[in-house]
Structures are given as C-alpha cells and as structure tokens.
Ligand binder design. Sequence first.
Ligand code: SDX
Length: 430
Amino acid sequence: MSQDAYRLISPSGNEIELPLHEGTTGPGVIDIGKLYREQGVFTYDPGFVATGSCSSDITFIDGEKGVLMYRGYPVEQLAEHSNFLEVAYLLQHGDLPTADELADYENTIRYHTMLNEGMLSFFKGFRYDAHPMAMLSAVVGSMSAYYHDSTNVHDPEHRDIFAHRIVAKLPTVAAAAYKKNIGQPFMYPQNHLNYSENLLHMLFAVPAEDYEIDPIAAEALDLLFILHADHEQNCSTSVVRMAGSSAANPYSAIAAGISALWGPAHGGANEAVLQMLEEIGDASQIPKYVAKAKDRDDPFRLMGFGHRVYKNFDPRATIIREMCHKVLARLGRQDTPLFDLALELEQVALKDEFFIEKNLYPNVDFYSGIIYRALGIPTSMFTVMFALGRSVGWTAHWREMIADPKGKISRPRQLYTGPAQRDYVQVDAR
Ligand code: SDX
C-alpha cells in the first residue's frame, strides 16, 4: 500500500486507495478522480468548503496563521516594498520583474488605457443612477465584441494582449461609470501618470480646471490594490476559471468574475460595511447590532466580519487598519466618526464569546471602505475598486487555467433529491 494514500472502505466492504498529493506548503489533497469510476459515488461539499478545485502556483493562504503569499512573497513585504503594477507582473509572470521588465510592463499598460471610442457610447445608454458594478460588468463583457484580434485563447501572445487590456482598461471603464453617475464629462487617461494617479485623475479631474493629484491618496490606493490583487480560489476567481474552462472569450470570463464579486457576501461587503456603520450610527447602538448578528433567526450579519479561510485574522485587514490611521491623519481628516465607530465595533466584537467561538474577525472589507470614503470615493464605487485590484488575480488565474495541458471543462456533479421517474399526465387528467 502506498504511504501517500487514503484508504476508503465502502459500505459493502470494498477498499479503495485514494492518492494523497502534497503541495509546496499547506494541506495535501486526496485525489478522488477514480472514485466514481470504481465505486459509483460522488463526493459532496456544497460551497467547496473542503474541496480543492485545481492546483495553482499563484497564491497561498494559511487561514490559521493569517498568511497570504503572492508567488511565495508575503503580502506584508509586497505592501511595504512593491507597487501595484509590479505585483501585477509578479502574479501574471511568476517572478518579480527586472528594472527593464518592469519599465516595459508599465509602458505596455500605460499605452493600453484608452477605450475604443465606440465603447464610450454605452455610457450614454445607461440610466444616470446605474450601479457602477453593473456598468463595469457590461462594458468589460462588451470587450469581447471589440477585440477580435486577441481572443484565440490557445495563442500565448493573445493571452498577453488580453491580460494587458484588462489591467490597463478597467480603471478607465470604472472612472467612466463614476462620471456617468455624477453627470460629469468622461476624462481621458493621461500617459504621464502612474496607475493609481491616472485613476484619481479620471475620477476627480474636470475639463474646467487643473487637478492636483494628492500623493497620499495615490499611495493609499496603490496599497489597497496590492492587498486586493489575489486571494487563491475565492468565489469570483473560481467563476473566472470556470467560465474560462469552456474556452469562452476571456473578456466574458472576467465579466462573469466582476458579477460574482458584486455580491455582499464577497466583494460587495465593503459597500455593505459602510451602509452598516451608517445604520448603526453611534457606539451606543453597537450592542443592539451585535445582538442581531448573533441571533440565528435574524438574517443580519456583521458585514466585514468572518471569512471562509481566515479563522484568526485577515492579514490584509491588519495592514489596512494601520493605513487607515495614517491616511486619515495625513489627509487631516479629523471627522472620522465612521472610523472611530469601526474601531469600537471591532473591539466589542473581538471580546464577544459568539465571535470568538465562530472565529469571526474583521476581513479585508471591514476597513477599506473607510479609506475609500476618506479619498472622496462614493460607497457605490467601493466594489469597483475591489475589482480593479482583483483584475490582476483573475487574469493570472485565467492564464494558468487556460495554459494547463491537462485542463478540462469544469463540470461538477450533484446529489439528486428531486422526484423519482414518473409518467406524463394529460392536462385534463391533472
Ligand atoms: C471577501 O474567499 C475569499 O477569499 C473572499 C475575499 C477575497 O479576497 O476574495 O477574502 C473577499 O469576500 C471577504 C468576505 C466579505 N464578506 C463579508 O464580510 C460578509 C459577512 N461575512 C459572512 O457573510 C461570512 O463570514 C462569509 C461569507 C465571509 C464566510 O462565510 P462561511 O465561511 O461560509 O461561513 P458561514 O456562513 O458558514 O458562517 C459560519 C457561522 C454561521 O453560523 P452557524 O450557522 O454556524 O450558527 O458563522 C456565522 C454564520 O451565521 N457568521 C456570522 C458572520 N459570518 C459568519 N455571523 C454574524 N456575522 C457574520 N459576519
């Protein structure tokens, strides 16, 4: 018997050996590939709580120790020493770039930031108050109708062009959606600006006057994008992989990921956190809302708390909390009632037996919205900001999936609980 295998005994006494595969670090996986063929049964794991969907070289999370690594580099080190486009290169290509490689990558992204003029007409058709995530998903999906020159998913050069276009153009689409919502004219990207500076320019500049970019705001955005860049097989990344596994147009796979991220249980939580803090209002109301969160008959959940993987703390939340203090102080924002309320809520929840027992700690979404708000970004744009960061993770995972020579279309099975076979009944006999 192989030592690196699990042995399963069926109810009828059959024994099956299931190979155990070990990765670089983290839990091993039991390969169940032959289970149905030899035993006629499936495994069952709604929500994939304990199921590995693939092998990947990109990101590693240790939920118990609060570890997050991009291609082996701890996110804390990247947050301190790197910048978002360098992290984008790392996630997509596997190693930190040389100075020349980084300069070349930055130029490639810089010269792909403009949209086809025809795409701007979509924004004329949206309602003025359309949610920016709806506009982002729609316009990114429409890229599959524009860029026929780079949709051969089996051509490595086309994969590069696709990835460059997603990373470069999402900020332009995001800013256009914001300008639609506030009724201001669209601002074109400026090639002399870096990624985060360009986004600030496209969001807040107007044709009527010069716009001065606040370096603190650009620095804070760049850090938030690094922290949101990837997170292994999270919901939206899994959707991108699944949509891409049919060899569908890659732009539509990213549009599917954007839609999945929008949910309040996932990337939509940052918007929901601010709405929750505003609903709580002040610290005197915290006990009432904590009690609601603990009441199993009440659907209310403490937004920004809890995580499928992190069961001690989300390392990103720790970094963002520290950055909150710095950004608010350096922006001279004294009116930080929401941040003070968030700090108080965190302290109350972390001392509460319910949250301790269920391992519910602040996640990446708990503080990020406070910084976005301090930078003048409206709540409706918070998940869009998350999508800009995660766009590099989505494209990295799509490239890894599509390049896998053993890759196959994702097609899970099920436990059928519907009616047993029955015969058709004519309508007059029903
Ligand atoms: C992100 O996967 C990723 O990596 C995601 C992400 C990324 O970078 O891609 O990290 C980004 O999505 C962060 C999560 C943002 N969502 C929220 O903040 C929404 C609030 N959180 C919950 O909805 C919840 O914690 C989840 C969805 C994040 C995790 O849900 P799980 O792992 O499926 O856990 P669960 O729903 O089974 O909850 C376990 C228990 C339940 O109680 P019981 O049924 O066991 O009695 O904990 C309770 C839940 O009711 N619970 C909460 C809670 N989160 C879980 N109770 C109150 N408030 C909460 N926030």
